[in-house]
Ligand binder design. Sequence first.
Ligand SMILES: Cc1ncc(COP(=O)(O)O)c(C=O)c1O
Length: 400
Amino acid sequence: MDKAKILKLHGEYVMQNYGCFPIVFERGEGTLLFDGDGNRYLDFLSGIAVNSLGHNNKGLVRAILRQTKKMLSCSNYFINEPSVMLAKTLLKGTRFKRVFFCNSGTEAAEAAIKIAKKYHNDVGTGAYKFLAFTNSFHGRTIGALAATGQDKYKASFAPLPDWFVFSPFNDVGALKKAMDDDKIAAVIMECIQGEGGVITPSDEFVSSLNFLLKKHKKLLIIDEVQTGVGRTGSFFACSEYGLRPDILFTAKGLAGGVPIGAVLTTEKLSDVLRPGDHGTTFGGNPLAAAAGLAVTKIIKKKSFLDEVVSKGDYLKERLSFLHKKYGFIKEIRGKGLILGMELDPSVNARNLNQKFLDKGLILLAAGNNTLRFLPPLTVKIEEIDGALAIIDEVFGGIAA
Ligand SMILES: Cc1ncc(COP(=O)(O)O)c(C=O)c1O
C-alpha cells in the first residue's frame, strides 16, 4: 500500500493519541530502520529502549520462530517451560527470589504496587501510602499514573487515588520530612528518570534514601522499565547506584521488542500473592518468555555488558566534545546507553526532532528540553560516529 493511503487510513481509523511523525517504517536491521520510500534512519530511540538487540537480531528471531511453531499461549492455569526458564535466568545472581510476568511497564508498576499494598495489609501495619518523586514516570494505567510525578500526564484524569505523595527528586531535606510518616508503605522510584529527561540520583540522595528506608522500615520499589536489562551497563541499574529494592519491575527491552513486563521480589515478598490475588491472561506466555529468555541470556553476559559500558563511555565523550563546541548545550547526563543532552531554553529540543529525521537520525527529546539517546545496546562505534556527525550538522545550522 502506498504511504499516502496508509497515512490517510491511520488518520481515519486509529486513535490520534500519539502525535506520530508521518513516517511509515517497514523493516529494520541492527541499528537501522527503513521506511517504505527507501529512506534509512539510524535508530537512536530503539522503540524507546525496547529493541535492546537492535532490529532483526538473528538469535532473537530464531528463538521467536522456534517457539511460534510449538505453542503461542496455554493460559496461566498451566505451566510453560520458557517462562520458568526466563524466571530462573532473570533471578540468577540477583537478590530476588520470584518473578511475576505481565505485558508492559505500566502493568508491572500496578503489580508492584499491589504486592506492596497486600504485604502491608497482610502484616497489618496500617501503612497504605506510596512515596514517589516529582518528574517521575511510571506508566499510564490509573495506579502507575497516580505514582507519576508529572502533572502533564495526570491533569485530564483527576481525581486519581490520593495515597501517592510526592517529594522532589534529589532533595534530601524534603525526603527526610516525607519519610517521617508512618502511613508510608513503600517508596517507588526510577534509578534514572528517563521520561523526565535522563535525571540521575545524587550519591547523597541515594545514601540518605537507604538510611531512611532502614530507619523507617519502608519497602523500596525500583522501576527499571527503562534502565533495566543492560541499558546502563549492568543488567539492573540499581546495583550501580547501591539501591537494594524489595521489588524491582522491568519491561521494554526485556524481550527485545515483544511485549513483556516482569516484577521481581525478594524472599520477604515472594509469597504475598496467593492464587486468585492477581493475574493477567498473557503474562508469561511462551512466545514473550522465549523472546525474553533469548535476550536475557545474551545481555547477562559480562562481555556484552562491558561493551555497553565502553560504547556508552565513547558516546558520552563524543557528546562532551559537542558540549564544548556549542554554547547552547547545558549538560550531558546518564550512564551506559541511556544518555541525555540538556539544551538551554534558547533552543527548543523538540523542534530538533524533525531536523534529525530529515537527515536520517531518530533522536527525540524527553523531559526538560533534553535530547535522549537510547540506541540499541548492539549499536556500533561507526553508527555512533554517524549519529554524532548528523547532530553536529544540525547544531551547526542553529549556531550559524
Ligand atoms: C520508567 C518507566 N516506567 C514505566 C513505563 C511504562 O511502560 P509501558 O509504556 O510499557 O506501559 C515507562 C515507559 O516509558 C517508563 O519509562
